[in-house]
Ligand binder design. Structure first.
Ligand code: NAD
Length: 494
């Protein structure tokens, strides 16, 4: 069976079909697509396991057959972004998500029995897990395959229809995703719409049953407002400044390579990359040396190194350069490692990693999410100072702690709130399928991965099944002595 294509669907809906549909839908075709998905979701509310499995297996086939082409598209969008990085950070992550989901889905879909309190017995109760309907997914450019298809897989597993709006900053990847998905799925099952912020704003105004947004905190605020107008619940996977706390008990060389890896993967363009380092005062020079050695090991060269990603766009590159220039102008010491590319003369924007010591508290480096290969280092006098610094700022998406002193570790973990934590490494908590992934406060709300994601995009409908032996009429009016006796008994029992 051929899936119903976007064009056929729109023609059937009497909507003007834009020949560039997969590149930029018109407003009316966007609404027609939504209406088609909405109608389909209401016609098939109970989505059986076999249908969900089939959809997931089609995504799996898409990755198996076109993984290298997707990696090439990402590479072309970035200028430099190694296919191996896409293999591990996009494709592998999606394969593990698919494999975990396919295995666990029969169990997740089952009604979940809950125990029944004495006063309601002998009724019984359970939670029925149902699809929400139509889920909108808006995704960013930094891991454009993972962050598009991850929420899509989760939404399909939960039995939903899905409309995906990938980033305009990775146009080749988005176009390929649109083409592959268009071939493998009916448009009322899963479709891709492409466009810029303007289209995205219209997209977020559609009355989805859930809107799953991954991107910046600034745009997240706009999305939350647009969704609120429809009372559409959202999951916001946002950004922020994730601290990396180095304890006095830490071996700096061991920590430095892990921090360098987490920071420089994708040239710092990772939502959970360490944004800044807090370390005991006096250890700055030793950390600088250890970090420089780590960088030299991971990336012996910067310009022309196929393993070291380029900055996504001239605008992003200029922003990072401006942050660095401001810090330097204001007296910070900047330790640059390696030779960056000459972006001004048209080379791919491979920006050399830099540590920054002594940045001003109100500098852009310390005020904004960096999202690039610059790492400010902030010395602290006492662990309490480090904790206070973190708590005086918006709650971060991730926190990293390095050391061997478990009492100190527990103090930091107990006294700070973040979306997630990895101890003695960076990034790794995102890869654990049994750990929900998401932010808190300004770094987002709602989480996904594993069963948490399935539940986020499902309705858990509480069902109570009354028994013919139930004695509910004891509570019916007219109220009198019998009612008072029963309530008296219950009060004593509770
Ligand atoms: P962005 O917010 O600029 O864009 C994300 C998406 O939002 C894009 O598809 C864009 O077209 C769309 N968009 C733009 N304007 C919109 C509007 N008015 N309404 C609705 N959607 C709109 O983010 P980005 O630059 O693509 O990604 C980088 C940011 O994303 C960083 O802040 C990073 O920390 C964050 N991020 C978070 C996670 C996470 O899982 N928490 C993962 C990756 C990236």
């Amino acid at each position: 069976m051929f899936p119903i294509g976007v064009a056929a669907l729109l023609r059937a809906a009497g909507s003007p079909y834009d020949a560039r549909m997969n590149s930029s839908p018109t407003s009316s075709s966007l609404h027609a697509l939504f209406n088609a998905q909405h109608q389909a979701s209401r016609q098939q509310i109970d989505v059986p396991l076999a249908v969900r499995r089939d959809r997931l297996l089609r995504i799996k086939a898409l990755l198996d057959d076109h993984g290298p082409a997707l990696a090439q598209a990402v590479q072309a969008d970035f200028g430099v972004r190694s296919p191996q990085l896409t293999e591990i950070a996009d494709l592998f992550v999606l394969r593990t998500l698919l494999s975990h989901t396919l295995k666990a889905l029969p169990k997740w879909m089952k009604p979940q029995k809950v125990s029944t309190p004495l006063y309601l017995q002998p009724s019984h109760a359970y939670l029925q897990r149902q699809p929400l309907g139509v889920v909108g997914v808006v995704s960013p450019w930094n891991y454009p395959v993972q962050l598009s298809l991850g929420p899509v897989i989760t939404a399909l597993a939960a039995g939903n229809r899905v409309m995906l709006k990938p980033s305009e900053l990775t146009p080749k990847t988005s176009a390929l995703l649109a083409e592959l998905i268009g071939k493998a799925f009916a448009a009322d099952e899963l479709c891709v719409v492409q466009g810029d912020g303007e289209l995205a704003a219209e997209f977020s105004g559609l009355p989805f049953d859930h809107l799953f947004f991954t991107g910046s905190t600034a745009v997240g605020r706009i999305v939350a407002k647009a969704a609120a107008a429809n009372l559409t619940p959202t999951t916001l996977e946002l950004g922020g400044k994730s601290p990396c706390v180095i304890d006095a008990s830490c071996d700096l060389n061991t920590a430095a390579i892990k921090i360098a890896h987490g920071k420089l993967l994708n040239a710092g363009q990772t939502c959970i990359a360490p944004d800044y380092v807090l370390l005991p005062k006096g250890k700055e020079a030793a950390f600088g040396d250890a970090f420089a050695n780590a960088v030299a090991k991971l990336f012996p060269t910067i310009a022309g190194n196929p393993d070291y990603a380029a900055i996504i766009s001239p605008r992003h590159h200029e922003r990072l350069q401006a942050m660095l220039a401001q810090a330097e102008r204001e007296g910070a010491r900047v330790q640059v490692m390696g030779e960056g590319a000459d972006a001004a003369s048209g080379e791919p924007r491979q920006m050399a990693p830099a540590l920054v010591f002594g940045a001003q508290a109100d500098s852009r480096l310390l005020a904004e999410e960096i999202f690039g290969p610059i790492l400010p280092v902030l010395p602290y006098d006492s662990l309490k100072d480090a904790i206070d610094y973190i708590n005086a700022r918006p709650r971060p998406l991730a926190l990293y702690w390095f050391g061997t002193d478990t009492a100190s570790r527990d103090q930091v973990l107990a006294q700070t709130v973040s979306g997630g934590v990895t101890v003695n490494d960076t990034l790794m908590h995102i890869a654990h399928e049994n750990l929900p992934f998401g932010g808190v406060g300004e770094s987002g709300w709602g989480s996904y991965h594993g069963e948490a994601g399935f539940l986020r995009l499902s309705q858990q409908k509480p069902v109570l099944v009354q028994s013919k032996w139930a004695k509910g009429d004891l509570f019916y009016p007219p109220y009198g002595k019998r009612f008072d006796q029963v309530m008296g008994l219950l009060r004593r029992w509770l």
